[in-house]
Design a protein around this ligand. Structure first.
Ligand SMILES: C[C@@]1(CC(=O)O)c2cc3[nH]c(cc4nc(cc5[nH]c(cc(n2)[C@H]1CCC(=O)O)[C@@](C)(CC(=O)O)[C@@H]5CCC(=O)O)C(CC(=O)O)=C4CCC(=O)O)c(CCC(=O)O)c3CC(=O)O
Ligand SMILES: NC(=O)C1=CN([C@@H]2O[C@H](COP(=O)(O)OP(=O)(O)OC[C@H]3O[C@@H](n4cnc5c(N)ncnc54)[C@H](O)[C@@H]3O)[C@@H](O)[C@H]2O)C=CC1
Length: 356
């Protein structure tokens, strides 16, 4: 594990003066930070990731205790509402007049459809205040919220909401005025407990969505179930060994790493209760069982052979040792197969030529 970078210089940093909004800054124009402490001659920094000055921190924010006000009822508000429901935010209030509110927002807020009801059931409180925000009512309307999101087609009104929120130190996102956002939304793909967010930090949201779709296509269809099953395995391990001592934590993590690295995402997606208990049986002996170790009877006993094959790492790429890899894509296998085929072709041509 890499050591965290530390700023060992205790000197106060100089005031950099007014800072332009991150979305307006070209990373190439950001001057490199002055070295704070000379690097030790023994230190090899080549494996440390270079910093990218994006101005944002991507987090999985737990909003279950937040009261959130969403102003507007158009397409952008619909997307915000969907993400707030997924986040199971405690209290969501939508402030938008009935006319002008798009069908998706209406459906999420009011439809008796099972899916709409399920979405609403995930939050403690969801309310639709069917009125337009008036400029002189901003203070009153934002009262009692922790976060405010505006999705309005009225930039001056959005700016006024932003100013009022800042005065009260409320977190705010103003969809149409990036410099007035405490945080940006991103293009998010969700598969059960898995979320992946793509952010271009205000540079190209349409391209962010394209990148997200590309990632979606690259993921196995049951990846959400795979993550769900890893969660169940980790919970099962905690039931067997819940100790908080340093050695116990280290042993738990080391075992989980070995098990996780032996199962491909597809195999994890298939891990049922029986497989999970058999994997957990390996804990006491420090044995990290792979998919074929718990499926030896599969394919009329061929699983025995496959468990050896799996243990040797032959089925995966021997170079990358990637559980999702395939020997067929391994550069070593592809290269050596190409070499053998090339040599065989050359040899048969030479043979044919000498027999002419
Ligand atoms: C800064 C940010 C603030 C924020 O919203 O938090 C912001 C701001 C603005 N977007 C504008 C326009 C468009 N936004 C989209 C789409 C998305 N925009 C999203 C996020 C963000 N948009 C944040 C930066 C995130 C990042 O950079 O990664 C996504 C990812 C997530 C979401 O909204 O949930 C979602 C895709 C979701 C998905 O499909 O997966 C499209 C494409 C389309 O509609 O098809 C267009 C039209 C094309 C275009 O303009 O590029 C305009 C008006 C510009 C103008 O007036 O010209 C502004 C205001 C401005 O830039 O001034
Ligand atoms: N993802 C993003 O961040 C994107 C941002 N935008 C920006 O976000 C803004 C909103 O986009 P859309 O939802 O597509 O616009 P839209 O025009 O579909 O929706 C605007 C909504 O605001 C409501 N509204 C207007 N005045 C109001 C008031 N005083 N109080 C309460 N509600 C009011 C309208 O009834 C309507 O439902 C646009 O101005 C655009 O600049 C646009 C596309 C994507």
């Amino acid at each position: 594990m890499a050591e965290p970078s530390t700023n060992s210089a205790a000197e106060p940093l100089a005031d950099p003066g007014p800072v332009p909004h991150p979305s307006l800054v070209d990373p190439a124009s950001v001057p490199p930070a002055a070295p704070l402490a000379p690097a030790s001659p023994l230190e090899d920094s080549s494996s440390y990731e270079a910093t990218h000055p994006t101005g944002s921190l991507l987090l999985a924010w737990q909003t279950r205790d937040l009261s959130i006000l969403l102003i507007g009822g158009g397409a952008v508000a619909a997307s915000r509402l969907y993400h707030l429901l997924c986040a199971q935010s405690k209290r969501i209030v939508v402030l938008a007049p009935e006319d002008g509110t798009c069908s998706e927002v209406r459906w999420r807020l009011t439809s008796p459809d099972a899916e709409a009801v399920r979405g609403r059931a995930a939050v403690q409180s969801l309310e639709w205040r069917k009125r337009a925000l008036e400029r002189d009512a901003i203070e009153r309307e934002i009262d009692g919220f922790d976060m405010v999101l505006t999705a309005l087609d009225d930039a001056p009104l959005s700016r006024a909401v932003h100013a009022a929120c800042k005065e009260r130190k409320l977190l705010v996102n103003v969809a149409d005025v990036p410099p007035e956002c405490d945080f940006y939304f991103g293009s998010v793909l969700r598969r059960g407990p898995l979320s992946v967010m793509v952010s271009t930090n205000g540079k190209g949201p349409r391209v962010a969505a394209r990148i997200r779709r590309k990632l979606e296509r690259a993921l196995p269809p049951d990846v959400g179930q795979a993550i769900e099953n890893v969660g169940l395995l980790r919970a099962g391990l905690r039931r067997i060994e819940n100790g908080g001592e340093k050695e116990v934590i280290e042993r738990r993590m080391e075992w989980m790493i070995r098990v996780s690295d032996r199962w491909s995402l597809k195999q994890l997606g298939e891990m049922d209760d029986r497989m999970r208990s058999e994997v957990l049986e390996g804990w006491e002996r420090g044995e990290a069982k792979g998919y074929w170790d718990v499926n030896r009877a599969k394919y009329a006993g061929l699983g025995y052979l496959l468990s050896w094959w799996d243990w040797l790492g032959v089925a995966r790429c021997p170079v990358a040792r990637d559980p999702d890899g395939s020997a067929l894509k391994c550069p070593f296998v592809v290269g050596s197969t190409g070499f053998v085929l090339g040599a065989a072709t050359a040899a048969s041509l030479a043979l044919a030529w000498t027999r002419r």
